[in-house]
Design a binder for this molecule. Structure first.
Ligand code: C2E
Ligand code: CA
Ligand code: CA
Length: 767
């Protein structure tokens, strides 16, 4: 079978997977980046803040050097200073007051020295008192680079001061001349402790001529201790800026190494940094982390739901797709699917070489409706499933089978030649050789098969399916249980049938149909005891059309209920012409099964004012098939209304004697097939004898139909048949003629039609 195509939506599932993966990765990346940005911002703003504070401290220290220098400047740039200390002899008294005391007490310069042109100490003030020039000896070595720097302008320390510092140094020089006006300051290690050490040349402020040669120099030392740092801290709003000799490590403080300008470590600075990023790191970052996590979680559940929903959707789509193309009951592909596959095959047929064909077969289970009606719809369904399985079992892997609904199936086979079509027909037919097990019952079924071939009989699915249907129809018409290959004549025949259909419809409307009556003769007295109503259609062109032709058409096209009602009413009315004579009326299977049959009869009985007991309703065997409750009930209901019921055409179809005991008939009509030439048919005679025995035993009348010869009439009479009907006595005649016929027989007239009443009497006499 041609199932199992890949579905287009399996690719879509892959797309969804990629999409969700993308979304997931994006969320994770986005979350990570967001966290990193927040963390980085927090961290850098912290480190930036520390960096800034560090710079502030640096600047403050630079400023303090400048401050010390300007303090020195207030005395060093002064004519008096030059006169008192820088001209060979030091006025110690003056120096103590104006330099030592003034600088130490006013500005906190702990050590003050005056050096001559050769950098030899000429005056020293240490710790609040004149210490004598020799006190400088202990500083001489340490301060030498600073002094050199001031004297020569060389660069002695790795540490350089900022631009403002250098600028102010230059300004001083410009003012007094580069030769004499010089100063410099550094933070140096003094006895292992940091101190601001500055040196400035002592120069006149008014009388520039006072200085001849190299000027003297004033040197100051201001220790950087805790008090010094606290002052800086307060001015910088860094309240706990502390100077320590050993590092005090704790996480709350920032601890920096404090280096002198020569690079040596002289202690440690520590302070509590402001950490503006702390809020970010301790509050925002966790919140963002939580948010990212929540978003991730939400996205994950949403994606999972999306996946599940789309998986369900896909499954439902697949199911719907499958259902749209398959029949629910049998699971086989449906008509739509069949047409698609057939179209594909036809397309590929066009591309192949000559000689290849595609065979299309229609299969219709014969009398399936009877199964449904007699055994019920569940049994019908079970049979359909069984037939579907059986058909599949006789087909090859390249065949495609579909169910078109009801009891119709279709098969498509790629064929090499016409012989393959016949082979297909044979295998399909063989599927019905064995009986089917339907809910525990063994049921023998047959099927009609219609075939056609592409390209011989068409190249479109519609055309091929129509032609296979025509062939099937033909097979059904020819007695079912056969396979027919489509041919052009069939189409013509069908066309003609269609025409008949239309004309019949018009004839019914225009009242172009008549009811004739065929007399039924009693074997007892040779009198007319009944008549059978038979439809007659006089076609304006075709002449008399047999009811055997147009009744089946009326049944198929839905005209039968109207036609049947017409016959019933006409026969009810006509019956009034011959009181005392039974009137038989044929009920077609469609009429018999019609739900409103009883109501219709009741209505007509009242309308026409007739007595139901005068009427015999003839039902054919085919209607019954199985002894279903519904059939039994219908027959009982008819009899309850007062009608008599006859089993018509007995011996044609299923011919089961069991019907006679299962249904309560008033009459059996033995079919013409049993009657014709009966005098020479021993076996048929034996059967008729047993039917008559059984029937009469059950209190039924037995009618022999189609009696055409005297011999047939005689044999039937002898066997015990109660009534005779046939051309030997009379064909069906118009209602108006019937009374004359009845009267003639009653009057024992010599010749009525082709037979005389006495001839029957003669049979009587011989028995
Ligand atoms: P049927 O019910 O078996 O009717 C008897 C048929 O046998 C009639 O054919 C009748 O003309 C024919 N016949 C009678 N005697 C002889 C004879 O000696 N030799 C031969 N060869 N035939 C004889 P008709 O009228 O052509 O009807 C054919 C069938 O059409 C009927 O078979 C019946 O089944 C159906 N039919 C006719 N009228 C009606 C009707 O009003 N309603 C229904 N439902 N079916 C009808
Ligand atoms: Ca009949
Ligand atoms: Ca009959």
């Amino acid at each position: 079978m041609l199932f199992g195509k890949t579905f287009p939506w399996s690719r879509r599932g892959g797309d969804l997977f990629t999409l969700t993966t993308y979304i997931g990765v994006t969320i994770v990346l986005f979350g990570a980046v967001l966290l990193a940005v927040v963390a980085w911002t927090g961290w850098t703003s912290n480190t930036n803040a520390v960096e800034r504070e560090r710079t502030l401290v640096e600047n403050a220290l630079d400023q303090s050097i400048i401050r010390v220098l300007s303090e020195q400047k207030s005395v060093a740039w002064w004519d008096d200073a030059v006169i008192n200390v820088a001209q060979g002899r030091v006025n110690t008294e003056w120096a103590d007051v104006q330099l030592g005391m003034y600088l130490s007490e006013t500005y906190g310069h702990v050590e003050v020295y005056v050096l001559d042109s050769e950098d030899r100490s000429v005056y020293a003030w240490v710790d609040g008192e004149n210490a004598g020039p020799a006190a400088f000896a202990r500083r001489e070595r340490d301060f030498a680079p600073l002094l050199r720097e001031v004297r020569t302008g060389s660069r002695e320390y790795p540490r350089t001061r900022d631009q403002a510092f250098v600028a102010s140094q230059a300004a001083y020089r410009d003012l007094l001349g580069a030769r004499v006006a010089r100063w410099g300051g550094h933070i140096l290690s003094v006895d292992g402790k940091p101190a601001v050490v500055t040196a400035i040349t002592i120069v006149p402020n008014l009388e520039f001529d006072l200085v001849q040669g190299t000027p003297y120099m004033l040197v100051s030392v201001v220790p950087i201790d805790q008090t010094f740092m606290s002052t800086i801290g307060r001015s910088l709003l860094m309240q706990d800026l502390t100077f320590t000799e050993t590092p005090a490590h704790d996480s709350a403080h920032n601890v920096d190494v404090f280096r002198a300008d020569d690079g040596s470590t002289v202690g440690y600075l520590s302070w509590t940094p402001r950490r503006p990023g702390r809020g970010l790191l301790t509050v925002i970052l966790p919140l963002v982390g939580l948010g990212v996590f929540a978003v991730g979680l939400l996205a994950q559940t949403m994606l999972r739901r999306l996946k599940r929903a789309s998986a369900e959707l896909e499954a439902r789509e697949a199911l719907a797709q499958h259902e749209a193309k398959h029949d629910q009951l049998s699971g086989l592909p449906n008509r739509r699917h069949f047409v698609e596959v057939l179209q594909d095959s036809l397309d590929s047929l066009l591309q192949r070489r000559h000689g290849e064909r595609v065979a299309v077969a229609y299969i219709d289970v014969d009398r399936f409706k009877d199964i449904n009606d007699t055994l019920g719809h569940q049994a019908g369904d079970a049979l359909i499933v069984a037939v579907a399985e059986r058909l599949q079992s006789v087909l090859g892997p390249g065949d495609f089978i579909a169910r078109f609904g009801g009891d119709e199936f279709a098969v498509m086979r790629r064929a090499k030649g016409e012989a393959d079509g016949a082979e297909l027909a044979d295998s399909l037919h063989s599927a019905f050789e064995q009986s089917f097990d339907v809910q525990g019952q063994n049921v023998r079924m047959t099927a009609s098969i219609g075939l056609c071939m592409a390209p011989d009989h068409g190249m479109s699915p519609a055309e091929l399916m129509r032609n296979a249907d025509i062939a099937l129809y033909q097979g059904k018409n020819q007695g079912r249980d056969r396979a027919m290959m489509f041919c052009a004549e069939m189409a013509a025949e069908l066309e003609e049938r269609r025409e008949v259909e239309l004309e019949l419809e018009r004839a019914i409307e225009a009242g172009g149909l008549e009811v004739h009556y065929q007399p039924v003769i009693s074997c007892k007295n040779g009198q007319v005891t009944g008549v059978e109503a038979l439809l007659r259609w006089n076609h304006p062109v075709k002449g008399a059309v047999s009811p055997a032709v147009f009744v089946p058409i009326a049944e198929e096209t839905g005209l039968m209920p109207a036609l049947g009602a017409l016959v019933l009413e006409r026969a009810f009315e006509d019956s009034k012409r011959w009181p005392g004579v039974q009137v038989a009326i044929n009920l077609s299977p469609v009429q018999f099964r019609h739900v409103e049959l009883i109501e219709l009869l009741q209505y007509l009985v009242v309308k026409c004012g007739v007595e139901p007991s005068r009427f015999v309703l003839e039902v054919t065997e085919g209607v019954l098939l199985e002894a279903s409750d519904r059939n039994r009930e219908t027959i009982d209901a008819l009899r309850e209304l007062g009608f008599r019921v006859a089993l018509d055409d007995f011996g044609t179809g299923y011919s089961s004697l069991s019907y006679l005991s299962e249904f309560r008939f008033d009459k059996i009509k033995i079919d013409r097939g049993f009657v014709t030439g009966i005098q020479e048919r021993k076996r048929a005679l034996t059967i008729i004898q047993s039917v008559v025995t059984l029937g009469r035993g059950l209190g039924m009348d037995i009618v022999a139909e189609g009696v055409e010869t005297e011999a047939e009439a005689t044999v039937m009479r002898l066997v015990g048949v109660t009534e005779l009907q046939g051309y030997f006595f009379s064909p069906a005649r118009p209602a108006e003629e019937m009374q004359g016929f009845i009267d003639a027989l009653a009057a024992n007239s010599e010749v009525v039609g082709r037979v005389s009443a006495p001839s029957i009497k003669r049979i009587d006499a011989r028995s």
